[in-house]
Design a protein around this ligand. Structure first.
Ligand SMILES: Cc1cc2nc3c(=O)[nH]c(=O)nc-3n(C[C@H](O)[C@H](O)[C@H](O)COP(=O)(O)OP(=O)(O)OC[C@H]3O[C@@H](n4cnc5c(N)ncnc54)[C@H](O)[C@@H]3O)c2cc1C
Ligand SMILES: NC(=O)c1ccc[n+]([C@@H]2O[C@H](COP(=O)([O-])OP(=O)(O)OC[C@H]3O[C@@H](n4cnc5c(N)ncnc54)[C@H](OP(=O)(O)O)[C@@H]3O)[C@@H](O)[C@H]2O)c1
Length: 384
């Protein structure tokens, strides 16, 4: 296994102010998605990382969100607030320190208290007092949406404790530091949706992909070393399942193996919606295949046919060979969506152990969940 990443002076509490030096689309016109390749320069920081690590990013809001919000709160654009370091412009504090793309429940409850008795207050009380309705209400709204529906004024001192503080987001690193010294590459699916007549972005994916100019030293980042998602010995075979942005660490693994001349075989499963628009890193993987670095490459484009077709369906088609690789000592890696994909891939592994290993359902489950995952540590997940 690769050695763990050494600690850095830069961490969650003390992030490094990095520069974005590239940001381009990996999906093409006609895609339902906006998935981007973002390159962060670590220039001069001394930060080191290993394939399998993640990058922590401290996001901030689009300034226009604050510009929209302040008049609805009844606050002046020039207002200042007391901070531990002294008075600071409220505008800056809001942009940098608070989550503004999603309203907090605390705020909605405080707003309810402020509303005068009457139909509007009654209407909001019914939402707040129904847990399911309250979840739905805050899921699609930001502060401006709510204040448009229920106008009320808040002082800065009232508002700030009601908003949630920004928290870092993690992104699986998509580059080998040997292939790209001083850089971290990321594969980011931008969260974007329109609700209540206004366009919304995910806080960090919006900020990194659409809210930050290139070549400005101001993106706070740190390495989150992986505890378990390390690469195996150079001669070990690896099977990698990474649909969507789950592809990120496997680009890093393959680059690393290319740079180090690792002899182990590499089998990649990738999937996304449509081949024509969502085939992330298509040219790079084609080159890796032609060089023999990528021993096997199977793709599953879910929306290119009437029936959904997923990476686990490709695993099923090649079940006998996949089982043979596992029996020969291959490591099995999964990255991407935890809720549906990783669960289904897990079940498919169990099915393959049954079908091609001749194991009973119980023995197949034991093999995958205990022998492979825990005893031999050859089944590794980076899912979110
Ligand atoms: C270890 C790890 C590795 C990761 N690696 C990657 C990676 O390589 N690439 C990547 O892209 N992401 C990755 N993620 C996910 C990433 O950290 C963020 O969670 C993701 O980018 C969304 O964050 P955000 O701040 O942009 O969105 P947020 O502001 O946090 O909002 C996201 C939320 O928006 C909500 N939402 C989505 N659509 C709608 C809608 N129509 N209406 C209302 N709400 C909606 C969703 O519920 C979602 O929870 C990783 C996560 C972890 C934990
Ligand atoms: N917790 C999180 O924050 C989180 C986790 C994962 C994804 N997301 C969000 O989802 C969006 C896109 O993410 P992404 O680009 O990484 O891709 P993704 O949505 O995970 O989709 C990648 C591919 O996986 C397919 N898929 C769907 N269900 C599957 C299943 N059960 N088994 C196997 N494959 C399955 C999809 O098909 P279909 O879509 O055609 O069904 C698509 O072809 C982003 O906005 C991202 O932020 C968020």
């Amino acid at each position: 296994m690769s050695t763990p990443t050494p600690p850095s002076v830069y961490n969650r509490a003390n992030p490094f102010k990095a520069r974005l030096i590239a940001n381009y689309s990996l999906t093409s016109a006609g895609s339902n998605k906006d998935t981007r390749h973002v390159v962060v320069s670590l220039g001069g920081s001394g930060i080191v990382y290993m394939p399998g690590d993640s990058l922590g990013v401290v996001p901030r809001n689009f300034p226009r969100l604050v510009a929209e919000l302040l008049p609805h709160l009844g606050l002046d654009v020039e207002a200042t607030v007391d901070q531990p370091t002294g008075p600071a412009p409220l505008r800056e504090v809001l942009i940098n320190q608070y989550i503004l793309n999603r309203v907090s429940k605390k705020f909605v409850k405080a707003l309810l208290e402020k509303l005068p008795e009457g139909g509007k207050k009654q209407q909001l009380a019914e939402i707040v007092n129904n847990p399911e309705a309250f979840d739905d209400y805050v899921f699609t709204r930001d502060y401006t949406d709510v204040l448009v529906e229920y106008p009320a004024s808040f002082s800065a001192a009232e508002f700030l404790p009601l908003a949630n503080k920004v928290a870092p987001r993690l992104y699986s690193i998509a580059s080998s530091p040997k292939a790209h010294p001083g850089e971290v590459h990321l594969t980011i699916a931008v969260v974007k949706y329109a609700t209540h007549g206004r366009e919304k972005f995910g806080l960090a994916s919006g900020y990194l992909c659409h809210g930050q100019d290139l070549n400005k030293d101001e993106v706070p980042v740190y390495i989150q070393p992986t505890k378990h998602f390390h690469m195996p010995a150079p001669d070990a075979a690896i099977i990698m399942v990474g649909p969507g942005t789950g592809i990120a660490p496997f680009r890093a693994f393959l680059e690393e193996r290319g740079m180090t001349g690792a002899t182990g075989k590499n089998w990649l499963f990738f999937g996304d919606q449509k081949k024509a628009t969502d085939f992330l890193y298509e040219a790079e993987f084609a080159e890796m295949q032609s060089k023999g670095l990528l021993t096997r490459f199977d793709t599953a484009f879910s929306r290119d046919q009437a029936q959904k077709f997923y990476v686990q369906d490709r695993m099923q088609e090649s079940g006998a060979e996949l089982w043979k690789w596992l029996q020969d000592g291959a490591y099995f890696y999964v990255c991407g969506d935890a809720k549906r994909m990783a669960r289904d891939v897990h079940q498919k592994l169990i099915d393959i152990a049954q079908e091609h290993g001749g194991l009973s359902p119980e023995a197949a489950k034991e093999y995958v969940e205990v022998t492979l995952a825990k005893t031999e540590k050859r089944y590794l997940k980076d899912v979110y």
